[in-house]
Design a protein around this ligand. Structure first.
Ligand SMILES: [Zn+2]
Length: 92
């Protein structure tokens, strides 16, 4: 499925929220997302960080919505972030 998330350019990681209550931080903890795979909320420390260190984008994940929810609920954590991927699709 297609998920929306943000890429942190400080730690080169794409993060997305698997479920509406899944609060996800990138490894360097600069950015966080929340609200599910449609990306309801983005948290960032300063406007400068948001402008210069973050890209809003979407990514195709090899999992169904139910698999993402199960991954969250059972704390398996196989999904939710990716190291920078080769083919990127900018959403904005
Ligand atoms: Zn980061």
């Amino acid at each position: 499925m297609i998920v929306k998330g943000v890429t942190c350019l400080k730690c080169n990681t794409f993060v997305f929220s698997r479920y509406r209550y899944d609060f996800r931080r990138c490894p360097c903890k600069t950015f966080a997302v929340d609200g599910g795979p449609q990306l309801e909320h983005i948290l960032y420390p300063t406007f400068d960080d948001r402008k210069n260190w973050m890209i809003k984008e979407q990514c195709e994940i090899k999992a169904t919505e139910n698999e993402l929810i199960a991954d969250y609920q059972q704390k398996r954590n196989n999904f939710g972030w990716l190291q920078i991927i080769q083919s990127r699709q900018l959403t904005q």
